[in-house]
Ligand binder design. Structure first.
Ligand code: PGA
Length: 262
């Protein structure tokens, strides 16, 4: 059974104090969370240690937004998977389009990072997705297929099964333009098919596929109720506790005391 995952990607937002305050708000309201979903926040490196302490014993998981593939060495400015592991970080986003676009991440570095995440026991959230131009030229599926084939080069089925894939069309990230639920579901289904070709039917039906790109409380329910979509990678809307909780509770009304939030 695929357990839905709602993951917040804070990007370069929230200093330590702001991070603690946002997560404290989430913890206070977490009694009202939809119990059927896994909740994750991917915070800036500087806040991870403090957040890890705050989150221990809670039902909210912690992730990083990037990691290097080596365990240690002369890589100025980088953070290794072991360093993340040491402080209780469970997940890492890998190959986010902003990293590919602004920090020269390539399919090769993404492949190395995936392999490293398996080696060191970090759960990877692999981001893939096409640009607007690629979609307009009708090569969005080939683009996504190639990203998957390259990312999973020389990765065995037993490891591939641990990946969370986030389909994030670049034209929908931070633009307020969400893919329609039909577009998002079609691509999620296509991703499963590619996985089936690369591995097998079982893996393709088990892999968790998220949608990301301007997900908000009001759009979450329709997106999450699509057959092939198992959750969301949420940027802007994860910076506000109540909005994030609306997404977490995509399938239910929930109440805090007498105050109806959704
Ligand atoms: P957004 O970001 O929700 O602000 O569009 C999503 C992401 O980049 O992961």
């Amino acid at each position: 059974m695929r357990i839905p995952l709602i993951a917040g990607n804070w990007k370069m937002n929230n200093n330590v104090c702001e991070s603690l305050s946002l997560v404290n708000n989430l913890i206070q309201l977490s009694g009202n969370f939809n119990n059927d979903v896994e909740v994750l926040v991917c915070a800036p490196f500087t806040a991870l240690y403090s957040l890890s302490k705050l989150l221990s014993g809670s039902n909210i998981k912690l992730g990083a937004q990037n990691m290097h593939y080596e365990e240690k060495g002369a890589f100025t400015g980088e953070i290794s998977p072991l360093m993340l592991k040491e402080i209780g970080v469970e997940y890492a986003i890998i190959g986010h389009s902003e990293r590919r676009q602004y920090f020269n991440e390539t399919d090769e570095s993404v492949n190395k990072k995936l392999k490293s995440s398996f080696k060191f026991g970090i759960k990877p959230i692999l981001c893939i997705g096409e640009t607007l131009e690629q979609r307009e030229n009708k090569i969005e599926k080939t683009t996504v297929e190639n990203q998957i084939i390259n990312a999973f080069k020389d990765i065995k089925a037993e490891d591939a099964g641990k990946v969370v894939i986030a389909y994030e069309p670049i034209w929908a990230i931070g633009t307020g333009k969400t893919a329609t639920s039909k577009e998002a579901n079609e691509m999620a289904g296509f991703i499963r098919n590619v996985f089936k070709k690369l591995y097998n039917e079982e893996l393709s039906s088990q892999v968790i596929v998220l949608y990301g790109g301007s997900v908000k409380g009001e759009s979450a329910s329709e997106l999450m109720n699509q057959n092939d979509i198992d959750g969301a990678l949420v940027g802007g809307a994860s910076l506000n506790a109540e909005e994030f909780i609306r997404i977490i509770n995509f399938n239910q009304q929930y109440k805090k005391g007498n105050k109806e939030i959704l």
